[in-house]
Design a protein around this ligand. Structure first.
Ligand code: 4NP
Length: 156
């Protein structure tokens, strides 16, 4: 564990649609608050199928539309067994990802952060192609997550 930085790892199935989107959005929000030096932010996938690939074009497009270009250079990676000792916060995109992670540790759901929200899973845009809707959910979840982490870690 890097004691200097707060480690946040976002996890989805393939690490090309949702978790790279969350990584970019969260990174953007952290930058806005002037806290970049305090965080180590990454994303990874439960499955191996897309390792080494760039994020999905739909994810790249929606991030560009919102001026969150922090996705440049991102390549998909698969979760590693030391996930829960290397990162302070492991955030799953849906309940299926969360249960796939169970053998390694307890991840929380991104949308747990939306207090009054009924939706618990970030839907998979790989099949639905609803990247704009997914972006809005991810943005709300990331904003609440950052609020919680700042509170827990005593950050301004
Ligand atoms: P992600 O989306 O988990 O949000 O990156 C998917 C990407 C690839 C596949 C499924 C979901 N796939 O079956 O290859």
């Amino acid at each position: 564990m890097n004691k200097d930085k707060i480690g946040v790892m976002f996890v989805c199935l393939g690490n090309i649609c949702r978790s790279p989107m969350a990584e970019a959005v969260f990174t953007h929000l952290v930058e806005e608050r002037g806290l970049s030096e305090r965080f180590k932010i990454q994303s990874s996938g439960v499955g191996p199928w897309h390792v080494g690939e760039r994020p999905h074009p739909g994810t790249i497009q929606v991030l560009r539309q919102h001026d969150m270009a922090a996705i440049n250079g991102k390549r998909a990676q698969q979760i590693k067994s030391d996930l829960f000792t290397s990162f302070d916060y492991v955030i799953a995109m849906d309940t299926s990802n969360q249960s796939d992670l169970k053998r390694l540790g307890n991840a929380t759901l991104l949308l747990d952060e939306i207090v009054d929200g009924e939706v618990k899973d970030v839907p998979d845009p790989y099949y639905e192609r609803n990247f704009n809707y997914v972006f809005e959910l991810v943005k709300q979840g990331c904003s609440k997550l950052l609020d919680r982490i700042c509170q827990e870690q005593g950050l301004g």
